[in-house]
Write a protein that binds this ligand. Structure first.
Ligand code: CAA
Length: 282
């Protein structure tokens, strides 16, 4: 089950990162989105990231050029018909994911593996909208994709061992470290990460410390690269809130109740880096 062509649905922060890393590892990449403006923004982000890698001496200029030329950006899922693997990286709206997988299922060749980069939606539920649940799997990349080593591999109840092995192998060829888990709310990464971020927001709300102190304590005391509030700003507070709700509903435990301050900030549009302001101003 050799994977040579990779399709990416969505050219946003995660999608363009996945396309870049896949192209840098020698795969032929087709990245699709719903309009040219989004594709242009995705390609511009890839340019910036490749330039950064070249300027730091982490990539040869010729390799960056080759990677860029291996990415074909276009509108519409039809372009992905012949891909060996398609990774979906569209917004975390369940109905949107379900209809996208249903469309991919009818467009893509029989052998295509359909993967989702979802951070919280059930892989089994996504798979149930296709006629090939054994070829549906979670491939959860971390932000920023070019830098972070992990790919969390989520095996649905019907995912075949052959598909799991193929996806593990392609993740390794992309220079990533794949680690596997079963389908469960928040998988492993967000089941552990999000309650920590939520707790940091509760500490802030209860005036236990200023944001800089909360983040500094976790950075210096726990050796985290950035503090939980800065990380919430990087991920997006809307996403943090969404995943807390998934954990609370899916695991049925009040300990996952989102912090009132988190709900308030999302209502006020203070959702982090992408809005220019969250716990910090950007
Ligand atoms: N493209 C290419 N290179 C990049 C880059 C990008 N987009 N972003 C950062 N880099 C490189 C920098 O050039 C720099 O390279 P050198 O080491 O060669 O100098 C290196 O990465 C470190 O970057 P910076 O010096 O700019 O800043 P930093 O030391 O603060 O590191 C960071 C940035 C890697 C993002 C670091 O802050 C970090 O690890 N943060 C935590 C990230 C994290 O936890 N991500 C997971 C989020 S959860 C998620 O994604 C899943 C979910 O479902 C919500």
């Amino acid at each position: 089950m050799a994977i040579k062509t990779l399709g990416v649905v969505g050219s946003g922060q995660m999608g363009n990162g996945i396309a870049q890393v896949a192209a840098s590892s020698g795969l032929e990449v087709k990245m699709v989105d719903v309009n040219q403006d989004l594709l242009d923004r995705g390609m511009a982000a890839i340019d910036r990231s490749l330039e950064r890698l070249v300027s730091k001496g982490n990539m040869a200029e010729d390799d960056a050029k080759l990677a860029k030329s291996s990415i074909e950006a276009s509108i519409g899922l039809e372009k992905l018909a012949d891909c060996d693997l398609v990774v979906e990286a569209i917004p975390e709206i369940p109905e949107l994911k379900f209809s996208t997988f249903s469309d991919l299922d009818s467009i893509c060749k029989e052998a295509t593996i359909l993967a989702s980069n979802t951070s919280s939606i059930s892989i089994d539920e996504i798979a149930s909208h296709t006629s090939r649940p054994e070829r549906v799997i979670g491939m959860h990349f971390m932000n920023p994709v070019p830098v972070m080593k992990l790919v969390e591999i989520i095996n649905g109840k019907d995912t075949s061992q052959e598909v799991s092995n193929a996806v593990i192998s392609v993740a390794k060829s992309m220079g990533k470290t794949p680690l596997s888990c079963r389908d469960s709310p928040g998988f492993v990464s967000n089941r552990i990460l999000m309650p920590m971020i939520n707790e940091a927001i509760l500490a802030l709300q209860e005036n236990v410390a200023e944001p800089e102190a909360i983040d500094g304590i976790m950075k210096l005391g726990m050796n985290h690269p950035i503090g939980p509030l800065a990380l919430a700003d990087l991920i997006g507070l809307d996403t943090v809130l969404h995943i807390m709700k998934v954990l609370r509903e899916g695991l049925g435990d009040d300990k996952y109740t989102p912090a009132p301050l988190l709900i308030e900030m999302v209502q006020d549009g203070l959702i982090g880096r992408k809005s220019g302001k969250g716990f910090y101003a950007y």
